[in-house]
Ligand binder design. Sequence first.
Ligand SMILES: [Mg+2]
Length: 255
Amino acid sequence: MTLAVILDMDGLLLDTEPISLRVWKHAAQRLGYELDDEVCERMIGVGQADNKVMLLGHFGNQFPVDELIALAQASYREVLDAGGVPHKPGLLDFVRFLDERGIPRAVATSTATELAKHKLHQARVLHHFDIVVGGEQVSRGKPEPDIFLEAAARLGYPPEDCVVLEDSGPGVRAAVAAGMRPILIPDGREPSADVREAAHAVVESLSAARVVIERMMNGGGPWLGSSVTCSPSPAMTPRTKDGLRTKAKGPGTMS
Ligand SMILES: [Mg+2]
């Protein structure tokens, strides 16, 4: 079957989340506030407008949220421009796989389009992605489905033929709300049980996601592959040779 792939960017293609957490925390410190890990965790995978609401709710209406964002964005750009943008492992191999199989792809990210393209350019991979849908192109951010639906429309694929690669809970929820199949590649954080349950597959790397997509293209669900041991508990799940940890689902869910 023919599939299109829609990819998140930060924490999925690019190893930018550690940079972003560092600059957010540092910018807050300069303004006399502390962003603890719990607040930072809630900022991942959602757009700036939703982050503003969350921060004002957390710190109160006097919180200088616009100043924080301006400071953080300035230092973020400095870091990116100085050191380049690190890839997540296996990115170039994954893109090569998409090319070889002729799989259309789009990036759908909460980051504003211009900054997203800048990051992809700095990472030397922008030319692999003709379609980049940034957060400001839709009215509602993840976990609402808008950005993925927009990406699917631009690709010319119906939602049910779109596979979404995501590292965050809001992204997985957005993909499910869009009627798409999300593959979750957690970015160093253990996903919550409901996000793990909502995901079509949970794998640990882009190369493992590639195996899942191959199987989907061959008409099989990832959980039906003979080399995959299924278990809902990651701690209990033996790793297969290709690094897959997929969920137990009945054959009735096979598409
Ligand atoms: Mg992400």
